[in-house]
Write a protein of this length. Structure first.
Length: 418
């Protein structure tokens, strides 16, 4: 039996790799790497001495420098390398997010990760990122890496209370999560959205990773400014003009709050004050709920809520930027299973399970139909306001011991059952 399992496992892994390669090639062919083609041509022209933002790219200078080596390669080769790097980032993120859930229920981590990765691969954020040639998968992986670091740091602090000792060099840095904040800092230098995670770290008083992330982002941005002094100054205006070139705010592809308000108002744009008011409210709700999840020991849900808040309140959010819906589905499934374990009711957890199924169907059904119904926008806002968290699942701080207040007996008894 053991021998057959050892023989069967490489076959399954090989077939899985072939399926991933086929799916990646299909996405590249279907979407035509349109975004990467624009970036590829713009960076080539920039390396030849022209303006970096003259041909339509909207990447910050740091991201342009990251993609500069790919500009020396043919577009097809660069697209495949970027897609494979994105698939690797997705698999590592799934291992970090789904692996602990499988272990908690006594399941093998390998099959659970394989199923979760296959499910994620079919969703619109993944297939659009791979097919268009965006960096969103790499950014998602960097932020999840910081989540792992924060969890390791909390584990190291708890371990030090009962097993003191040190490990040398890099091994100690890895085991204690001392690099927490580095991934968010790099992601913030590559895109604007991850800056909200730095705000979350500051709101939850995780000062060391917050300072690490802010200093990393500032260092990379200043380094890009020194290398490309003229490009950084024109990037802001170019990014705003990119929205006009892509279409009005009310374009159905824009599934952010701004696009939703514009379409509901049947106009090409959204009044700035109206959008800022609603966006500030959503950001506040997202950060408050994320802080509560962090305090209850579920940093995965806290990060997910921050990511959903960023996607909802950005001026433009398209399908490839909805990555934080994926861990939201995992959280819903886990919450349903947690309610199901005591078997208090036959239908325990069915609401969370149904919500996860509905969200997944929205992400795998034809994109045009979903954007015409504003399905992505409503799903992101609903998840941000209703996503449950699981106390003690992924703590990143040592909970403080609070004194228990004595039970007070009322002078006048209340009604029976109160």
């Amino acid at each position: 039996m053991e021998h057959s399992e050892r023989t069967f496992r490489p076959v399954v892994i090989g077939l899985g790799c072939l399926a991933v390669l086929w799916a990646t090639g299909h996405f590249l062919h279907t979407y035509g790497v349109q975004a990467l083609a624009v970036d590829h041509e713009a960076i080539r022209a920039w390396l030849a001495g022209d303006d970096l933002y003259g041909l339509g790219t909207a990447h910050p200078p740091t991201a342009a420098l990251l993609l500069a080596p790919a500009a020396a390669l043919p577009l097809t080769v660069a697209a495949w390398l970027l897609a494979l790097a994105g698939v690797a980032a997705l698999i590592l993120a799934v291992i970090a997010l789904a692996g602990p859930v499988a272990r908690r229920y006594g399941r093998a981590r390998g099959p659970a990760v394989a199923v979760a990765a296959a499910v994620a691969l079919m969703t619109e954020p993944v297939r659009a990122t791979l097919g268009l040639g965006h960096l969103d998968l790499l950014i998602f992986g960097l932020i999840v890496a910081d989540l792992v670091a924060l969890r390791r740091a909390a584990w190291a602090r708890r371990r030090a209370t009962w097993w003191p000792g040190t490990r040398p060099g890099l091994e100690r840095s890895w085991s204690t999560g001392a690099w927490a904040g580095l991934g968010i800092g790099i992601a913030s230098a590559l895109a604007v959205g991850p800056v909200l995670f730095i705000v979350h770290l500051a709101v939850t008083r995780q000062w060391r990773p917050a300072l690490t992330a802010a200093s990393t982002a500032a260092t990379l941005t200043l380094g890009a400014l020194l290398i490309t002094p003229g490009a950084t100054g024109t990037w802001f205006s170019t990014a705003l003009a990119q929205v006009d070139r892509a279409g009005p705010i009310s374009d159905p592809a824009n599934q952010s709050l701004a696009g939703l308000l514009a379409r509901l108002n049947d106009s090409t744009g959204t009044p700035v004050l109206v959008w800022i008011s609603f966006a500030a409210l959503l950001v506040a709700v997202g950060l408050i709920r994320a802080r509560a999840a962090h305090a209850d020991g579920d940093e995965i849900t806290a990060f997910t809520l921050v990511g959903l808040a960023g996607a909802a309140t950005a001026p433009v959010t398209t399908g490839h930027e909805l990555f934080w819906v994926l861990p939201a589905m995992l959280i819903l499934v886990d919450a349903a299973a947690r309610l199901r374990r005591p078997r208090a009711s036959r239908f325990a957890g069915i609401g969370y399970a149904a919500a996860a199924l509905v969200v997944y169907l929205l992400l795998v059904l034809p994109t045009q139909m979903m954007v015409d119904w504003n399905a992505y926008a409503f799903a992101v806002i609903a998840l941000m306001n209703g996503l449950p968290w699981r106390p003690g699942v992924a703590p990143t701080t040592t909970p403080a011991r609070r004194p228990v207040a004595p039970v007070r007996v009322p002078a006048i008894p209340g009604p029976r059952g109160s």
